[in-house]
Design a protein around this ligand. Structure first.
Ligand code: FAD
Length: 449
């Protein structure tokens, strides 16, 4: 198992539960990768939390939403596999320490489907159970190469250590769960040069090693043209605090440094990320009033306005003019923008940018007229890449012609195909978990056969 994020840890523990002996190799000196930095939102349907809130969801609606967000470019076989196992995986995660509390509608969803859990607690539970089950974890073990038997089957890995190197053989196969390449400047230069202007984020180990290793063996690649950062994180976002605010889904608008709106803010935050990169300074400023401010959810990622005001990243003013001066945009332009927007909300005019809802077709627009007013300047953050090597529905890597590369599996952000053109919030963690379990099942059945 190469990589210790959600995909690697779920695959590792599931494989142990299937009776396999598993070695988990992690390049950095800490476990968890981007998964440990994440908001902890998992997308599932048909859950207890949805039932408790009267939310009627179905696999059919989930399928439609995934394909709609993905612009119908998704690998349908992977989406169907995901939907077949998502409910079972949700229950498995609950049985392994996930406590889904908050339920929310998020980017790309037509219904509340994002379930929040304390992700670092979940990851450490998975690790504890993996070790209790006889698994072996090694930190600072960077896998640099895949080895193959004479018949071409992937049979092991070469590892670089702080003081040398070594080789491990793998009877049931090698699983690449090495995450994306949001930190991989060389790969970004090839596949998404425009994203070099975004703020690099995600785990420091996510430089695309797994993608390169599989690519070298002829693996196919999917969704490579759809790398997009997410909007909006403050320009001074730090490494240890996940800062991304989506006040626009609560009722805020986003303006550029000229004080003008430039896009429909109800779109998914990766589409917004691409739009914001085109603005001067790569900056989009979220503007809202006391109504939206009152919807802050302390401790809830994407909605915790309190925490961002406490650290001085959200600015407050009694009037729009004063607010504009604080964030250095022309006051007249901002006033005019908000006046026009309020006319849209009041039904006096239709929005020239096409906004009709708060988020993805859901929720009525609300006026921005109740002081005090607030501003959150934010940029596009490249947290993830969501594209990569092709796999089949059993989690085996396929080559450029679609043939399986024997002995090589992949799960999580290193893989492409599932999301298509864009990502629905919560589906990266849930996809990593679902395919991690699928891989364990495939590997165990191949050993038994
Ligand atoms: C700030 C932030 C918030 C997010 N919020 C959400 C959210 O709420 N919901 C959601 O679904 N998604 C979210 N995402 C995206 C999601 O977290 C990731 O896409 C997902 O966690 C990836 O999981 P993974 O297991 O594939 O990879 P990771 O969790 O990134 O793990 C990959 C691991 O592999 C290791 N590795 C890399 N190369 C090697 C090598 N050569 N040898 C050994 N180890 C190696 C890395 O060091 C890393 O630890 C967020 C991402 C970020 C950055």
């Amino acid at each position: 198992m190469v990589g210790s994020g959600i995909a690697g840890q779920v695959a590792a523990l599931s494989a142990v539960e299937h009776g396999l002996s598993v070695l988990l190799l992690e390049k950095t000196d800490r476990l968890g990768g981007s998964s440990a930095m994440s908001g902890g939102w998992f997308a599932f349907s048909g859950t207890d939390e949805q039932a408790a809130k009267g939310v009627r969801d179905s696999c059919g609606q989930f399928f439609d939403d995934l394909l709609s967000v993905g612009n119908q470019e998704n690998d349908v076989a992977l989406v169907e596999t995901f939907l077949t196992y998502q409910s079972d995986t949700y229950n498995w995660l609950k049985g392994h320490g996930a406590k889904f509390g908050e339920l929310s509608i998020s980017s790309g969803q037509s219904i509340s489907r994002s379930h929040l859990t304390a992700i670092t607690t979940l990851l450490s539970n998975l690790q504890d159970r993996f070790l209790e089950g006889g698994g072996d974890t090694r930190l600072e073990h960077r896998v640099t190469r895949l080895t193959r038997d004479p018949d071409g089957r992937v049979s092991g890995v070469v590892v670089e250590l702080p003081d040398g190197g070594c080789e491990f053989r793998a009877r049931a196969g090698v699983v690449l769960a090495t995450g994306g390449f949001s930190r991989g400047t060389d790969l970004l230069k090839i596949f998404a040069p425009e994203q070099l202007a975004a703020m690099p984020y995600g785990a420091t180990g996510n430089t695309g090693d797994g993608l390169r290793m599989a690519w070298k063996l002829g693996a196919g690649l999917a969704d490579m043209s759809h790398v997009s950062g997410s909007y909006g994180s403050h320009p001074e976002t730090g490494e240890d605090f996940h800062e991304l605010l989506t006040a626009y889904y609560l009722g805020a608008v986003v303006v550029n440094q000229a004080g003008r709106r430039f896009t429909d803010e109800s779109q998914d935050y990766k589409t917004l990320g691409a739009e914001v990169l085109k603005q001067s300074g790569g900056l989009g400023i979220q503007i809202f009033d006391s109504r939206v401010r009152a919807m802050s959810r302390p401790g809830v990622p994407l909605k915790d306005i309190d925490a961002l005001e406490d650290i001085g990243h959200v600015h407050r003013a009694r009037s729009l003019r004063e607010l504009a001066e604080i964030v250095r945009i022309p006051p007249e332009a901002l006033q005019e923008t908000i006046d026009r927007y309020n006319e849209v909300v009041s039904g006096i005019r239709s929005d020239e940018l096409g906004r009709k809802s708060l988020c993805n077709g859901v929720g009525d627009l609300i006026l921005i007229d109740a002081p005090p007013f607030f501003a959150y300047p934010a940029r596009t953050l490249l947290t993830t890449t969501y594209c990569g090597i092709t796999i089949n529905p059993q989690g085996l890597v396929t080559d450029v012609d679609g043939a399986v590369i024997d002995g090589l599996f992949a799960a999580g952000e290193v893989t492409g195909g599932f999301h298509g053109a864009a990502y629905m919030t919560g589906t990266s963690l849930s996809k990593g978990a679902v395919f991690g379990r699928v891989i364990a099942q495939t590997a165990a059945s191949q050993i038994d056969a």
